[in-house]
Every structure is written in C-alpha cells, then in structure tokens.
Design a protein around this ligand. Structure first.
Ligand code: PLP
Length: 514
C-alpha cells in the first residue's frame, strides 16, 4: 500500500525534485549518527542497569553520549538527564518547579513566543492556581528587558524564556534575562531546542537553572530529548519507577537514541562553523525573494537571528495556495499559521510581534539546513516567481466556515472525496460527494466533469491540495480545495455535519481502460 502511495505521489509531482526547507520542524538523520545508532541496535542490547558485561557496555555508551551533550552546551555531565523529547523536558521542569515553590511563591514570568510545549503547560499550571505573566516582545520578537524587570517580583519563582524561536529565529539575550531573574531570587528555564547546533550555547556562563534540548533538530533521531538541571536546583521527577538517570527520570534508557543524540552533538562544532555558509544562502534567498516581490515583509530580525531561519510575508499571496504549489513541486516549507482547526489560526508568535491575522495567512517559514545548496535556492525561488507572477494556474481555497448549504447543494459544484478508506469508515462524507480512490485519481478523470466547479476534500486538506493541482495540470479550470479538510469542517460546522453528512454519496468506479 505504502509503495503504491509513494509511486502515486511521484506520478503527481511532475518535477520529481525534492527540496527540504523545513529544518526547524525536524532534520534528516546524518550518516554519522545513523552509523553509530546501527552499531548499538546490532550489538548493544544490554540494559544499562544490569551489572554484567553487556549491561556495563550499554551504561558506558550512555555516559559517553552524556559527555558529548554536556560538552556541546557547556555543562557538567552530572547536570544532564535524558528524556523522551523536549516537550517532556519542558513539562518536567515547569511542573516540578511549580510544585516545589507553590504556594510560597506563586508566579512564573514567561514570554508570548514560547513553544506550545511551554505555553500549554503554563496554561495547565494556571488551572492549578499558579499565576503566569507574559513579558511583551518588540516587533522583532526580542523580549523587552525593562518590562521583564517590572514583572519579576518577590512572588516570582521561575522565568521561562526561549533561547531561539522556532518560527522567526529571533535569539534572546539569556544572560541579561538571568541577571534580572537572579536579582529577585527567581530560577530560569530556557528552551534551547532550536539553538543547539545553530548558535553557541554556554549554560554555565549564562547561569541558567534548567534548559531543554531535542536531538531531532540537529540531525539526530526523534524520540530523545535532554534536560539540563543545574547542580542543586530543585527537581522532582515527572516519571516515577526505576532509579535510572540518577533517580530523576525512570524508564529503561533508549540507548540507540541516546547514542544518536551524543553523536549528533559530536558534530555541533562543525554545524556551527557551517552556519556562516547557511547564513549566506539565506541572504541570497532574501535578495531573490525581494526581487520577485519587493513588498514582501521579513519577520525575522536581521541580527540576533538563527542563521537558517526566515519568516516572510508575501502581501496578497495566501500561504495555503503557495505551499500547495511548492509541495506540488517537491518543496517543503511551513506556514505562519496552524491549520489544525481547519481554519488558519494565526501563529501566536507572529501575533506577538504585531503581524495581522491576514498577514499571518500570507506568511511562510523557510528553514535551511546544512545540505541546502545554491541550486535549491534557485529552484525554490523560480517556483515562487512562477506562482506569484501567475505563470501557474491557481487552486482556489475554501475555508470550513465558507462551506455552507449553497455550495453543498449547488448543482454546478462537483464534490470530490479523496479521503483514504480508514477515514471514510470513521466519518461520513460531505453530502452529494463522489468518492474516488485517492491513489488512482487518473482513472476517474472521464467521470469528473470539466465544466463544473470541482471541490476537492480529504481529512486534513493536505492530500486534496496536491490532487487539486493535479486536476489543474489536467486542464480543469475551476478547482477548489477545502482547507482543513473534513476534519476542519466537522469542527467548524458541526451543525451542517450532523444534518447532512453521508447524504447522497456516490462511489465512483475507476475506469481501468483509461
Ligand atoms: N521547543 C521548541 C522551540 C521546538 O521547536 C520544539 C519542536 O518543534 C520543541 C520544543 C518540542 O520538541 P520535541 O519534538 O522534542 O518534543
């Protein structure tokens, strides 16, 4: 099934080139890391808690990795524990430190541009009585230190400030944050996930108390994080069980992942040195994009910014359509808004720096990596140029809120359901829709009327946008994609879903002579 699926996608993507510009989401695993992990998977299955030879060997591998990580962040190995991910690291610190201080001290001061793993944990802590205050940032996302100073008081037990932001790349002056926090006896947590491997990190010099890390952002494996806990800082484990990680994080160690994380950290100096050429490519990219769209707005700061990260707004160009086209041409970028609810919820980070909701819908994030080449920049900017200058045909976008009875029952609209079978089993489809096998769309073309408006939908709006572009390429004039898919529509228009879903659905048969 999977092979068929990829073959189909390959067939859809006429320009079979794959370019990855989303390194802040995750990175490909490096061959050095992969080699080390394979060795562990093959040869070292001993449990590090066992006293016999193979157990001792595994324990040694874990300690070597811990050493590599602590060297990369300027910490002592005894101050680093392994977790499953940075989300866990952030949760563990926030919940543990709150439990330690509350109710003697009640307040955490943070920023509005933290990662959801911090923001949602803070929201949870608020339900438990903790007071959370957010320090404003300027229009480039830099924490206003004077405001921070005013917000921190004797009731504040923790200041939580992200080192480098995942969306815009803005870097904070953590040493200055720590200095202010310490004056009032508050501890400091900094999320260093995006920074490791991109800018130098010196936790001892900055005097922070806690810091979180994740391997998959620096060419390491997914499912492994780390947490720095400064010596003698309060910490209660999130997970109770065995005595692993000095009793601070129970659970048998994921040795291959830990070794992979250590190997990724061995490459940190090389990555930092390479940052200069990544930055050059980013400058080139900005220059080209400005030539294509002189009114584009760069949301990432010019200085104090990750070398690889660019948040850019193209006024008048909806990001969903642009991303669909980029994806169609094999280029991965991410949006300045989250489509999880089916509507473009403007990103909290862009909002915090004063970007309007509309501009957020016209914003994409491009994050370069160590293998990004000048050719990749050339290719992507050409695709952007073709799109912006109207040399490619557009797919219309419909939000879930816009999908009403007029469209659902419009005789001139042909509703094409390209959901996979498991979603169809779980949820009824749009009324008057026509189900096709999404892997074999080419076998239904004779049955999809060319003179109608075609409304394409899938569960989340991703596959359907690609199929929409495919139909465009096949000469269909009016193709519309349901942004956010059935999922978004069910949430947004549950009234219509309850009333009409599943009515008058037609299952089309593939035309195999085609
Ligand atoms: N913090 C930041 C800044 C991130 O970018 C991410 C991942 O996107 C996380 C935390 C969460 O990391 P993980 O995927 O390891 O849970």
């Amino acid at each position: 099934m999977e092979i068929k699926y990829f073959a189909f996608l390959k067939h859809l993507i006429r320009f079979n080139r794959q370019v990855y510009f989303d390194h802040n989401a995750t990175t490909p695993i490096s061959s050095h890391v992969q080699g080390k992990m394979n060795q562990v998977l093959k040869n070292h299955y001993g449990n590090p808690s066992s006293f016999y030879g193979s157990g001792r060997k595994s324990a040694e591998l874990v300690e070597q990795a811990r050493k590599h990580i602590s060297q990369a962040i300027h910490a002592d190995p005894s101050e680093v524990i392994f977790t499953a991910c940075a989300t866990e690291s952030n949760n563990a610190v926030l919940k543990s430190v709150a439990a330690h201080f509350y109710p003697t001290r009640k307040k955490i001061v943070s920023t509005p541009i933290e990662h959801p793993s911090v923001l949602n944990t803070l929201a949870y802590l608020e339900t438990q009585g903790v007071i959370v205050e957010y320090c404003p940032v300027d229009n480039k996302g830099r924490v206003r230190l004077a405001e921070l100073e005013k917000l921190i008081d004797e009731d504040t037990f923790l200041v939580c400030c992200i080192l480098a932001n995942n969306e815009t790349g803005v870097i904070q002056d953590i040493k200055a944050v720590t200095n202010i926090a310490k004056k009032h006896g508050a501890l400091v947590l900094t999320d260093c996930v995006q920074a490791l491997g991109k800018i130098p990190i010196d936790l001892h010099a900055w005097d922070v108390d806690y810091a979180s890390f994740s391997a998959h952002k620096l060419y390491g494996p997914k499912g492994i994080g780390a947490l720095y806990i400064k010596q003698n800082s309060p910490f209660t484990p999130l997970l109770h069980g065995g005595h692993q990680e000095s009793g601070l994080r129970a659970g048998t160690e994921s040795i291959h992942n830990i070794v992979g994380f250590g190997a990724a950290c061995e490459d940190v100096d090389k990555l930092l040195a390479h940052g200069r050429s990544v930055q050059k490519l980013k400058r080139k990219l900005i220059q080209r994009l400005k030539e294509i769209k002189p009114d584009c707005v760069i949301n990432s700061p010019e200085t104090d910014c990750l070398p690889n990260t660019l948040s850019i707004t193209f006024p008048g160009v909806e990001n969903a359509g642009l991303m669909g086209m980029l994806d169609f041409r094999g280029i991965a970028v991410s949006a300045g808004s989250a489509c999880s609810t089916g509507e473009d919820t403007p990103s909290h980070v862009l909002k915090a720096i004063g970007v309007s909701d509309q501009a957020a819908r016209e914003t994409i994030r491009i994050s370069l990596g160590r293998d990004t080449s000048a050719g990749d920049i050339q290719y992507m900017t050409q695709v952007v140029r073709d799109y912006i200058e109207g040399r490619v045909s557009f797919v219309n976008m419909l939000t879930p809120a816009q999908l009403n009875e007029n469209i659902l029952f419009d005789k001139k609209t042909f509703i094409l359901d390209v959901r996979p079978g498991d979603d169809r089993k779980q949820f009824k489809g749009l009324p008057n829709s026509h189900q096709v096998n999404p892997l074999r769309v080419e076998h239904y073309l004779k049955q999809i009327p060319r003179d109608n408006n075609i409304l394409v939908y899938c569960p989340g709006g991703g596959l359907s946008v690609m199929i929409s572009y495919y139909l465009k390429a096949k000469g269909y004039k009016r193709v519309t994609n349901l942004r956010g898919g059935l999922d978004g529509w069910r949430k947004r228009r549950s009234d219509l879903y309850e009333k009409y879903a599943g009515q008058n659905v037609t299952i089309l048969e593939p035309d195999i002579t085609n």
